[in-house]
Design a binder for this molecule. Structure first.
Ligand SMILES: C[S@@+](CC[C@H](N)C(=O)[O-])C[C@H]1O[C@@H](n2cnc3c(N)ncnc32)[C@H](O)[C@@H]1O
Length: 204
């Protein structure tokens, strides 16, 4: 019988302060558990084929409990410490430092996907352009089951935006599966949006 627990355990490398650097053969096909910036600084340059980044969105929720209008039930919002920043400047620095290291570890023809909501995706896009990333597309994730719009004072927020980019304008021969895009999109090549159900699993 396959021991699923030890198979999963063998795929995880827990980062420790005393580890100074990682060689590619030590970490290939593994998940490194640790602070992203600290871990990235230990990786060699130009080794990564593709990056998918889901950073804190800096949702800036009020400190009081959020209750639904009329029914008054409590909203289970993301209010974890990792999403709290003292200011936009602090958030921007956090994102900029991580993206700087990400750019260093990306191969010349690697691509990066970054996803966030309207709270931060525009800031992230500006930072990426300032760092020299070259944006290929923005892609829209359309949620078929978004959070209900209880107050009705603005549009239902049913999308998240992905930025798809290469390291710089000179990047050539990055991976794009046109045939696959044709299957799932509209038009000759496929359009920059996809429908998806939103699912959130909370762990304690
Ligand atoms: C928007 S959530 C995305 C979570 C996950 N990708 C998902 O889809 O459920 C941002 C994640 O970044 C993690 N995070 C925040 N700061 C981090 C850091 N400095 N290093 C590594 N991960 C961090 C948080 O623990 C959180 O799980």
């Amino acid at each position: 019988m396959i021991d699923l627990f030890s198979s999963v355990n063998n795929m995880v490398v827990v980062d420790k302060e005393k580890i100074e650097k990682y060689e590619v053969n030590e970490i290939i096909n593994k998940v490194i558990l640790g602070d992203a910036l600290r871990v990235l600084k230990k990786l060699p340059s130009s080794v990564v084929d593709m990056v998918f980044m889901v950073p804190p969105y800096f949702l800036q929720l009020p400190s009081k409990k959020l209750r639904r209008w009329k029914v008054k039930t409590e909203v289970d919002a993301v209010n974890d410490d990792w999403d709290k920043f003292g200011s936009f400047e602090e958030y921007d620095n956090f994102i900029k430092n991580i993206l700087t290291e990400i750019k260093r570890v990306m191969k010349p023809n690697a691509t990066i996907w970054v996803i966030a909501t309207y709270h931060s995706i525009f800031r992230i896009g500006k930072i990426m352009q300032d760092l020299g990333f070259w944006i290929l597309n923005d892609v829209h994730w359309v949620k078929t089951n978004p959070m209900l719009n209880w107050l009705g004072v603005r549009f239902t927020n049913a999308t998240e935006t992905l930025i798809w980019a290469v390291k710089d304008k000179k990047a050539k021969k990055y991976t794009f599966n046109k045939e696959w895009a044709k299957k799932f999109g509209i038009g000759k090549v496929g359009a920059n949006f996809g429908f998806c159900q939103y699912a959130m699993v909370k762990s304690d």
